[in-house]
Design a protein around this ligand. Sequence first.
Ligand SMILES: Cc1ncc(COP(=O)(O)O)c(C=O)c1O
Length: 388
Amino acid sequence: MRINPVLNQLSTYPTVALDKKKAAVRARGIELFDFGTGDPIEPTPAFITEAIHNAIPLISQYPTVAGSLELRESIAGYCQRRFGCALDPATQILPTSGSKEVCFHLPLVVIDRQASDRTVIFPDPGYPPYQRGTLFAGGTPYPQVLTGDYKQRIWELPKELLAQTRLVWINSPHNPSGAVLNREDLRRTWETCREHDILLASDECYMDVYDLEPPPSILEVATEGVIAVHSLSKRSGMTGYRSGFVAGDPEWIQVFRSFRVNPGVVPQDTINAGATVAWQDDEHPERRRETLRAKKELFRSFFEEVGLKTAASEATFYFWIRTPDGVDEHTYADHLMEAGIVVSPGTYFGLDGAGEGFVRIAMVPELANCARAIEVWRGVHQQAPWKA
Ligand SMILES: Cc1ncc(COP(=O)(O)O)c(C=O)c1O
């Protein structure tokens, strides 16, 4: 069968690889504690689901690209409260179906296939759609390898590379490591992009998932040449509803808006009604953060007890964990999986070996199940099957 060769170039998507292994273990009757995917297993707040329910129309019609002004005003209010940033709801904000589709679609808007400067820079390890969207758009991926503190410093990249670059992705707080760029890092990133006339796309879908300081947004630095990407998935436990927004430079928002009449991914009015009330409320993300703090405390003391070390892991609901000495990330993840603990090998998020020697956990199961999982995990370390 002749197909788009880009499809053959792609490795198995991380969640697909994990799902296969999970099914095999589940079939043997082992209870699974699933820390594999960043998909919160906690209810969506009732006031949001009620707003969605009440918005189901009698006559269903196509949604508009821009969504309602009420929604865009609600988003502008959120940006003002959270980032102190005044955005024009008419020109600087667009609702989206979550943030993944933006990560995938944005290169299609930016890349000129006929031009020689087609590079897209993104963090590695990182969220797979940055690379995948680039390939489908005919761009040239440049995975910027992160280690140590996992902070992406684009100003350290060669000038020749930046001269060939049209789009830079940053992701703070970062999946999979939880690293956070501070305001000064963001300012240097923005200045570097401006110097080379590069669109700066800042994936901020974990912006409200933190236990200590609220991470800063690129919107606190500037909007010129910037698209910030936000989502209700993790903030409000709404992964299944597909709801987010882009905000920033009015010219780029206009270009993105004109693109969006094409792919059929405009969010539904019904979901937008839920999003309108979700962005108006700061209380429910704080409730979720309280639970996150309790989970992080449990895991931190367990890691200390068994001698597991983490890197970065500042914000998000992820811990980025170094595997025990002498055990690679696949072996370690497989031993945990055998016991029912699902974690992701770090290399699932990396190209060419980035993420080696690490596993990621997503603290998405309920607190009580995190505590039960830790008992099982402790048992694995007591047996240390990798030493056999
Ligand atoms: C870094 C990053 N960006 C974007 C997304 C997509 O989230 P959604 O499309 O649900 O907003 C994810 C999901 O895990 C992610 O980790």
